[in-house]
Structures are given as structure tokens and as C-alpha cells.
Design a binder for this molecule. Structure first.
Ligand code: NDP
Length: 245
């Protein structure tokens, strides 16, 4: 059994990763996000489908380094050895030209997508020391490879994730930790609702005219990446809906 920690497991890609990995019956799941009730519902769903799957949920805001430090220190002994970290928590908020940008939105994206990923990684690495196959998976994006109109700060955060993934791969080589970046195009999740602050109509309009990816599409690819033999690392995967240019 390999223990996997998934940040942002309360919806979308993170939730789908929990379900897909649970179905493989070879993972124990540590799930975190701010919405604990959503995690508890997911735990119930997983354990009714796969009664032997061990799941531990806890509330976490990845922007709060002090909380991460305390929470990690208080993890039950049986959950203190981690094999896989999926740095998935993230958001896009506000899609405006830079001259109209909202500084609160910028701060939330930078604090969550960059600093949150760094804090969680920093505190998790010591818990991977015992692992025989340690692996960190960062959720990057097509926005980390390219920029698009009004994407400015979100694209900058995902370019930072791209750089951090490459840097981690070099730094963590001596510890034998694999590092992979998964870079999706458009995935239909709550991401678009968050981006447009609950404006459902605007959120749905993003997918008009093409079939977006699902969280499950990405989760199945992550399960494949994790199933490669020890000498094989998939460094980076760009995964797009067929109809997205
Ligand atoms: P969702 O909005 O469905 O899920 C985002 C998850 O992140 C939620 O579980 C949310 O949980 C969590 N989260 C957000 N902020 C915080 C925080 N401060 N602390 C802890 N958890 C947090 O979006 P997706 O599943 O689509 O996004 C997952 C990742 O995939 C993100 O990194 C995103 O940038 C990336 N991505 C998404 C794409 C898309 O088109 N959907 C495309 C490319 C990349 P809670 O609110 O409960 O805290």
C-alpha cells in the first residue's frame, strides 16, 4: 500500500484522483482542503464502494504555513509516512486585463498556487524519507506553458509552478523523489465557477463549442504516471481536450 496526500481533494481533479486511486486498491488516502464536510462525504462514498480503502481527511488552507506545520506535526502516527504528494490545490480568480486587475485576486492566486504548493512540499518532504517510491506530482497547466488574453497573473503562477517542478526534480534527485508536472488544458470542474466568483452562466460559457476534459481524465493519467516502474519518470505531460487549440 502506498500513502498518497492530495491537496484540494474536495472537488474537481483532486476529488477524481481520490476516487480513481481508491479504485486501484493499492493506495491509502490522506485528503485535505478547506471544505472538510465535502471531504467527509467523499470518504463515505469511497468507503462504501471500496470498504478496505483507508482514508484520513483534514481541513487545511494551503496558504497558512503555520497551520501546515502544526497539522503535519499532529498527523496520527499511522499517517506520518507519505509516498506520494499530489499538489493539486489551486485557483484562477478574475480574468481581466492587467490594468483592471484586482489585487485581492492576484494575492489569492499567488498565495495558493505558488506559496501554498511550496509550503506543503517543504513540510511533506521529511515525511517521505521512509518511502521506497517517493513521488511528487504538481498540477501545472497549459497556462504554465503559454499565456492567453486576460490570463496574466494566473499564467504567471502556473509558469512559476513549471519552474518549481523543474527545480524540485534537480534538488530532490539525491533523495530519490520523482517529480512530475501534469499540465491540463480545459477541465470541467468548479474551477470556472471559482474564476467567475459563482457566475454560473459565465462559467459554463467557457466550455461552449468543445468537449472539455473531466477530472477523471486527468486522474486516470496520474494513476498511469504513478504506475511506472522505478527507473521511469514522466517529467511533464500536457493533456488537452482534442478540440482545444
Ligand atoms: P476546483 O475548483 O474544482 O478544485 C480546486 C481545489 O483546490 C478544491 O478542492 C479547493 O478546495 C482547493 N483549494 C483552493 N484553494 C485552497 C486553499 N487555499 N487551501 C486548500 N485547498 C484549496 O478546480 P480543479 O480541480 O479544476 O483544479 C485543480 C488544479 O488543477 C488547480 O491547481 C488548477 O489550477 C489546475 N488546473 C485546472 C484546469 C481546469 O481547466 N479546471 C486546467 C489546468 C490546471 P476548498 O475550496 O475546499 O479549499
Amino acid at each position: 500500500m502506498r500513502t498518497v496526500l492530495i491537496t484540494g481533494a474536495s472537488s474537481g481533479i483532486g476529488e477524481a484522483c481520490a476516487e480513481v486511486l481508491a479504485s486501484e486498491l493499492k493506495y491509502r488516502l490522506l485528503l485535505c482542503a478547506r471544505r472538510l464536510e465535502r471531504l467527509e462525504e467523499l470518504k463515505k462514498k469511497i468507503q462504501s464502494a471500496y470498504p478496505t480503502c483507508e482514508v484520513f481527511c483534514f481541513q487545511l488552507d494551503v496558504r497558512n504555513n503555520k497551520d501546515i506545520e502544526t497539522t503535519w506535526g499532529n498527523l496520527p502516527a499511522e499517517w506520518r509516512n507519505i509516498d506520494i504528494l499530489i499538489n493539486n490545490a489551486g485557483l484562477s480568480q478574475g480574468l481581466e486585463p492587467i490594468q483592471n486587475g484586482n489585487i485581492g485576486d492576484w494575492d489569492r492566486m499567488i498565495d495558493t498556487n505558488i506559496k501554498g504548493l511550496l509550503y506543503v512540499t517543504k513540510h511533506t518532504i521529511p515525511l517521505m524519507e521512509q518511502s521506497k517510491a517517493p513521488h511528487i506530482i504538481n498540477l501545472g497547466s497549459i497556462a504554465g506553458k503559454d499565456v492567453y488574453p486576460n490570463g496574466n497573473v494566473y499564467c504567471a503562477t502556473k509558469h512559476a509552478v513549471d519552474a518549481l517542478t523543474k527545480a524540485m526534480r534537480i534538488d530532490l534527485l539525491e533523495k530519490g523523489i520523482k517529480v512530475t508536472s501534469i499540465d491540463p488544458g480545459m477541465v470541467e470542474t468548479e474551477f470556472s465557477e471559482v474564476r467567475f466568483k459563482g457566475d454560473n452562466e459565465r462559467a459554463k460559457s467557457v466550455y461552449r463549442g468543445l468537449t472539455p476534459l473531466s477530472g477523471k481524465d486527468i486522474a486516470e493519467i496520474i494513476a498511469f504516471v504513478l504506475s511506472r516502474p522505478a527507473h521511469v519518470n514522466i517529467n511533464d505531460l500536457l493533456v488537452m481536450p482534442t478540440a482545444q487549440a
